[in-house]
Design a protein around this ligand. Structure first.
Ligand code: ASP
Length: 320
């Protein structure tokens, strides 16, 4: 088993599948009256959050507690970070306290990688800047597999603000490893230039979509909906935007928002995902978010099982 989970690229197909299978076992605990396993008794998990979070933070806390670990929740607000303490000094403090695992969210891309150099325990990236969010990709893959029965060969369309999305980056890496076909859709200004160029370079079709071995880039949402098994809507991340990337919210919603009419272009079996938090009415309408195709609430539930599996396996549960 790997020691840290920093990127979707850390996972080969066998390791990722093992995590998903373990998560399925962990999910049975949620159905019990006593939702607890003794697997990590006596181990300490620190949640180190330098950026706001609702789902991820609660989910990691619930996961560690269900495995009977001792959990320390640290948020930058109200700590010595507010007095200017560096990430390194914070890491040394955690080290001195004997943290077995540190779950870290940080606004700077790469911060979890640095932390992993300074602590002896396992580091789990819970979102670093616009870079990666590997446990979100795992819970998304888990949700697709449990709803659609497989990952290999699935057509997954990721829509919206790909540029600022760590969820998209981790999903592209993991889903390609697991054999799904990923299409990125959004305004050209919100598709990372390197991905658009890579896909365009591999374009042999000469049509509207540009092919590459692992990703396709398309700027027309309506064109790809009829062949999508999964549509993953991304939040427009205004807090990370320093520029104007599209004319207006209304124009964005008109071209790239998923409303009921567009949803009906999807095949019968297709599902709609969103990592949350949602901008209802912008990238997704309430009709779609609350529809039977939506897996948004399920993704949150699955997040706990997946994070239980990650902590359990990284910390050597069952001598992993
Ligand atoms: N919650 C996800 C993240 O932390 C997605 C988002 O914020 O839009 O990256």
């Amino acid at each position: 088993m790997i020691r840290h989970l920093l990127s979707g690229a850390d996972l080969d197909a066998a390791t990722a599948t093992r995590i998903l299978d373990t998560a399925a076992e962990m999910a049975t605990v949620a159905g019990r009256e006593v939702k607890k396993l003794p697997a990590l008794r006596g181990r300490t998990v620190v949640n180190l959050f330098y950026e706001d979070s609702t789902r991820t933070r609660i989910s990691f806390e619930a996961a560690a507690k269900r495995l009977s670990a001792d959990v320390i929740n640290f948020s930058a607000k109200g700590s010595s970070v507010a007095k200017g303490e560096s990430l390194k000094d914070t890491a040394l403090t955690l080290q001195a306290m004997g943290a077995d695992a540190v779950v870290v969210r940080h606004p700077a891309s790469g911060a979890p990688h640095r932390l992993a150099e300074w602590v002896d325990g396992s580091v789990v990236n819970a979102g670093d800047g616009t870079h990666e969010h590997p446990t979100q990709a795992l819970l998304d893959a888990y949700t697709m597999r449990s709803r659609l029965g497989r990952l290999a060969g699935l057509s997954v369309t990721v829509v919206g603000d790909v540029l600022h999305s760590r969820v998209a980056r981790s999903n592209v890496l993991l889903l390609s490893t697991l054999g799904a076909k990923v299409t990125l859709v959004g305004p050209p200004t919100l598709i990372p230039v390197d991905w658009a160029t890579r896909a365009a370079a591999a374009n042999t079709s000469g049509g509207g979509a540009a092919q590459s071995p692992d990703i396709t880039v398309c700027y027309d949402l309506d064109a790809v909906l009829p062949t999508s098994d999964v549509v993953m809507m991304l939040r427009v991340q205004r807090e990370r935007m320093t520029d104007s990337y599209f004319p207006s919210a209304r124009e964005y919603a008109r071209r790239y928002g998923l409303d009921g009419q567009r949803m009906r272009r999807l095949p019968e079996h297709a599902i709609v995902m969103h990592p949350g938090p949602m901008n209802r009415g912008m990238e997704i309408t309430p009709e779609v978010a609350d529809s039977a195709r939506s897996t948004i609430v399920e993704q949150v539930t699955n997040g706990v099982s997946v994070r239980m599996a990650v902590l359990y396996l990284l910390l050597g549960g069952n001598n992993a």
